[in-house]
Write a protein that binds this ligand. Structure first.
Ligand code: NAD
Length: 290
């Protein structure tokens, strides 16, 4: 396939490189980042999109996505698919789908789970919203860049799935960290805590796969001085998107709201910025109830 790829940062570069390595013709554009191996550099986003059957974007936020979409949609060929893999607000995803539809193009919002490691290894999970035919067109590319792709529903359904998942993740990570800090103060050994909880009803991905306690459970950022991993500020971004979506549809999400407030404090006025989101554990360790 001829593919245009816009946004070649930490995630986009390895994703585009995997598509090129699988034999696809990939033209890439980024305002700052260099093109990875196998990807041909385009001078503008519109040039990357010209002649492409699928245009993939991997950008920082919804405002940037909307400006890039406004530039590439007029350059795209009839029948081509615009597939945005960034994590953005549901409203922006739906706006872009409407713009693409008005121009006779199909759009997918297809955010990912799996981080830079998953992007590099080609083991991402894609959650997609948009027309079934567009999903079918892009599915072979999802199979190269990832290990699983779920068609979640209409435009915005992919972003909805992503922010609901990450709201659960933020909440369970906080719960896991505060429980470890409580266990410490009760004199409970961390390994024993892990052995019990990881096989009991308190288990979660945060405990079992990404344990925030160094030296306990499988290898995780906690074992590397909390170098991300998944940075606390990216978790904050996703929790803010979840709250924006909850406001849009008047959903009551008290735990998601509490998690957003805690990560905002951690990133903006404590030492959380640039650390993995599981560094909530050393934060709790040093605190008291007051
Ligand atoms: P990044 O900042 O490394 O990459 C974004 C790239 O977009 C940068 O290279 C930037 O130069 C480029 N860019 C910005 N504006 C542009 C424009 N107008 N035209 C072309 N290029 C432009 O970010 P990332 O870590 O690759 O994340 C990308 C998206 O993926 C985000 O939405 C993020 O939330 C999501 N995501 C990231 C992770 C992760 O672990 N990093 C995991 C899942 C999802």
């Amino acid at each position: 396939m001829n593919i245009g790829f816009i946004g070649l940062g930490n995630m986009g570069a390895p994703m585009a490189a995997n598509l090129a390595a699988a034999g696809h013709v990939v033209k890439g554009f980024d305002l700052a980042a260099p093109c990875p191996e196998g990807v041909t550099k385009a001078e503008t986003a519109a040039a990357a999109a010209t002649g492409a059957e699928v245009v993939i974007s991997m950008l920082p936020n919804g405002a940037i996505l909307k400006s890039v979409a406004a530039e590439v949609i007029p350059a795209m060929a009839p029948g081509a698919v615009l597939c945005d893999c960034s994590t953005v607000d549901v409203e922006s995803a739906r706006d872009v789908a409407a713009q693409a539809g008005a121009a006779g193009l199909a759009a997918l919002d297809a955010p990912v789970s799996g981080g830079v490691g998953g992007a590099t290894a080609g083991t991402l999970t894609f959650m997609a919203g948009g027309p079934a035919a567009a999903f079918a067109t892009v599915e072979p590319l999802f199979e190269i860049m990832g290990q699983k792709a779920v068609h979640c529903g209409d435009a915005g359904a992919g972003q909805s799935a992503k922010i609901c998942n990450n709201m659960i993740l933020g909440v369970t990570m906080i719960a896991t960290c505060e429980a470890f800090a409580l266990a410490d103060k009760l004199g409970l050994d961390r390994q024993k805590m892990f052995d019990v909880v990881s096989t009991s009803s308190g288990q979660s991905w945060s405990m079992n796969t990404y344990c925030p306690a160094p030296g306990v459970g499988p290898q995780s950022p906690a074992d590397n001085d909390y170098q991300p991993g998944f940075a606390a500020e990216l978790m904050l971004k996703d929790l803010r998107l979840a709250q924006a979506a909850a406001e849009m549809v008047d959903a009551d999400t008290p735990m998601g709201l509490a998690a957003e407030k805690l990560y905002a404090r951690f990133v903006e006025s404590e030492d959380g910025k640039g650390r993995d989101f599981s560094a909530m554990l050393p934060r709790f360790e040093t605190r008291t109830r007051s």
